[in-house]
Design a protein around this ligand. Structure first.
Ligand code: SF4
Ligand code: SF4
Length: 467
């Protein structure tokens, strides 16, 4: 979502004694008009400063600390114009009569139309690792996207998405995408000039196990558009090597760390890992190891760990579930908060809770399987019942099958969590209930976790997101 991120901003407590007193005959400034609190905010008592409250705008990710009198004045509409202006700018106050629900609907449409064309291309289902929880299961094997399918994709993109000036961002995915590095060179070599000649920008990212991503390769691919690589390490060496050995059985940890070290000055590295209930407490040792190797916070675009569970192993793509998590299972909330704290404490950047939505909702987002089948969510790859078309016949109407607009109902539009939820994750709903027949409501999870996330950000965050 294209919203201004001001979550580091704190407002000094506003004084109740500074309330606006209009003089007789004086023209009324904008902020005199009656304002009320936005419906898209959360208010928490601030334990560290009794009598104070933390306000969090889910729409703008902004935070303000107000004393009790000021909060009351904000609720009653008796703040001074200057204070109203500040709280309005931060997304806490809105003019009386302003239709926030309608604004939310319009904002989503604007965000959808302003985005680049984004496609995840599954280049193969092959891998040089033999991960114990690999989602591909029975699908894994010697299956590669052919050059003919890649040509079909380029034609499809050109015909349907490359309007004047439209930028293109591809994510090359597998299996292991670098086993298809020639196809990456080919697709990028053809698409880059097509996009740039129309005034857009062409970039691509890799979702890779990191074992083949050498410094030499990164330097070769960067001019073709390579921006970022999402690399996975599943904990300290003995844990990672047990989960993610090479097909030969040898550990892959050293090779990945060596490569991350070699490429992190060339491209952005999103450093991810998958933990279990049994091992998440060991992950801080991985952070200390990479720091000792000289992979410092300034060298990584982001660090984030995600859980692997039994059901996800059957279906999901842990690497793709950044921002897609919503679970109220207590151990998962505990693990997520613990690991976030350890990441922030060491100065690494990790994503904030911020406005985001399921990729399915965005019209210019597609996932293309190695055989040219098109999906809307990476977690549905290989599940024909969730295919929405193919490169030959195009995309069919998926409004019903994917329950589009499921958040456009009174309960969600009135919910303070809407900007960071938008109806949750269709994939998790499917895992939990066997069907996408409604929202994946995140209320319980956000009630349990959001305040702690905000406090962690206020106290520990020292690194800004890299562009
Ligand atoms: S269904 Fe879930 S995993 Fe798939 S894009 Fe939407 S939020 Fe992400
Ligand atoms: S799904 Fe639940 S948490 Fe999300 S916006 Fe709707 S009511 Fe709120």
């Amino acid at each position: 979502m294209l919203l201004r991120d001001v979550s580091n901003l704190q407002v000094n407590p506003l004084t109740a004694s500074n309330r606006f007193q209009p003089k007789r005959g004086e023209p009324l400034p904008f902020f005199h008009f009656i304002m009320r609190l936005s419906r898209y905010i959360k208010i928490y008592p601030y334990a560290e400063k009794p009598g104070h409250f933390l306000l969090y705008s889910t729409r703008q990710s902004s935070v303000a600390l107000l004393n009790e009198d000021t909060l009351k004045a904000a609720q009653e509409g008796t703040l001074s114009p200057a204070s109203r202006e500040t709280l309005h700018r931060l997304g806490f106050l809105i003019p009386h009569g302003h239709d926030e629900r309608r604004e939310m609907l319009a904002l989503f449409d604007r965000a959808d139309h302003g985005r680049p064309f984004n496609a995840v291309l599954v280049l193969n289902l092959d891998c040089n690792l033999d991960c114990t929880y690999c989602f591909e299961g029975g699908m894994k094997g010697n299956r590669y996207m052919t050059r003919e399918t890649a040509d079909l994709f380029i034609d499809f993109a050109e015909k349907n998405y490359l309007a004047e000036g439209k930028s293109v961002e591809l994510d090359f995915y597998g299996g292991e995408p670098l086993l298809s590095v020639d196809l990456i060179r080919y697709v990028s070599g053809r698409l880059k000039p097509l996009v740039e000649n129309r005034g857009g920008e062409y970039t691509f990212n890799l979702v890779t196990n990191g074992t083949l991503l050498t410094g030499e390769l990164a330097r070769e691919l960067a001019p073709l558009g390579l921006r970022r690589a999402k690399v996975t390490i599943d904990g300290p060496q003995e844990i990672h090597d047990a989960f993610r050995p090479f097909v030969s059985g040898a550990g892959s940890f050293d090779a990945i760390v060596r490569n991350v070290k070699a490429v992190c000055d060339v491209i952005g590295i999103q450093f991810t890992g998958n933990y279990t209930r049994e091992n998440y407490q060991e992950f801080p040792r991985l952070l200390d190891h990479i720091l000792a190797e000289g992979i410092t916070p300034d060298k990584l675009a982001m660090v984030m760990f995600a859980p692997v569970t039994g059901t996800m192993a059957e279906y999901g793509l842990p690497e793709y579930r950044e921002g897609c998590d919503s679970t109220e299972e207590p151990w998962l909330i505990e693990a997520s908060l613990f690991l976030r704290q350890e990441i922030l404490k060491r100065g690494f950047y990790t994503p904030k809770m911020r406005p985001s939505s399921c990729m399915v909702e965005f019209s210019d987002n597609i996932i293309v399987g190695f055989d040219g089948t098109i999906y809307k969510c990476p977690a549905f790859i290989g599940r024909k019942e969730f295919a929405v078309g193919d490169l030959h016949t195009g995309i069919r109407d998926y409004h019903d099958s994917h329950k589009m607009d499921l958040w456009k109902n009174d309960e969600c539009l009135d919910c303070a969590y809407l900007p960071i939820c938008f109806g949750g994750c269709r994939f998790l709903k499917l895992l939990r209930d066997g069907a996408i027949d409604g929202v994946d409501c995140r209320k319980d999870y956000l009630d349990a976790a959001l305040e702690s996330y905000i406090l962690q950000d206020l106290k520990l965050r020292t690194t800004a997101e890299k562009p």
